[in-house]
Design a protein around this ligand. Sequence first.
Ligand SMILES: C[S@@+](CC[C@H](N)C(=O)[O-])C[C@H]1O[C@@H](n2cnc3c(N)ncnc32)[C@H](O)[C@@H]1O
Length: 237
Amino acid sequence: MTRSKSLAAVALVSIGAVLGAAATHWWMKRPEQVRRQFHLLYHKLGSQTFNNTRWLGVPAQKCPLDMWVLQEILHETQPDVLVETGTYKGGSAYYYASLFDLMNHGRIITVDIEDQPEKPAHPRITYLLGSSTGAATVAKVKELIRPGEKVMVLLDSDHTGSHVKRELDLYSPLVTPGAYLIVEDTHFNGHPILPNHGPGPWEAVQEFLTGNAEFAVDNQREKFLLTFNPDGFLRRR
Ligand SMILES: C[S@@+](CC[C@H](N)C(=O)[O-])C[C@H]1O[C@@H](n2cnc3c(N)ncnc32)[C@H](O)[C@@H]1O
């Protein structure tokens, strides 16, 4: 290589390094954009990420950072009963049951409209089949809760706004003071994913909070930056 070609190569590499550092600096000055872009990428690569997440071998459609936050909430608040709408393959219920095993306390009532095969059997899990908003389902859930028990609710079934709002109206009275009412997948409808989804969980939460001063959003639960539940961690005062 001639001397002039070597100099040109060194200059190109140097320019590349400077541009790379400038781009990194630009992005790091914009944490909101970094967070948003990572969220969009995480969702776009669903078959690699949320559709490829398991708890002890059982699929759980969750963000692992939210799973960790849930562990912290369960440990801090020690509910006697966790009601989950949207069982899917049972991975999330199995995860909560494992945590309850470690804490030697708590049980799960989980509801789904579809009966998936091979859900994990666990003494702390009760599976109910039916629509979460059906009168018979709600009555059965209530029947399984004993007087005086601390109750937490997690909504993760049909993510249309009207369904989630109905669930909020039906299940929020079960949540005991100090316990959490978690609305999953509030990131739909442009928050920031699926901008064309139409009103979803986030809009249902906004409507629910208007005139429901007993519940407040706990944004501290979004501390790991990526969450599927922005403004979805509600705590009963
Ligand atoms: C996102 S998945 C639940 C994921 C699960 N919680 C997990 O983390 O692995 C949503 C589930 O809601 C169920 N579902 C849809 N509409 C429902 C309804 N009206 N009542 C109860 N479950 C419903 C679907 O059958 C599906 O299994």
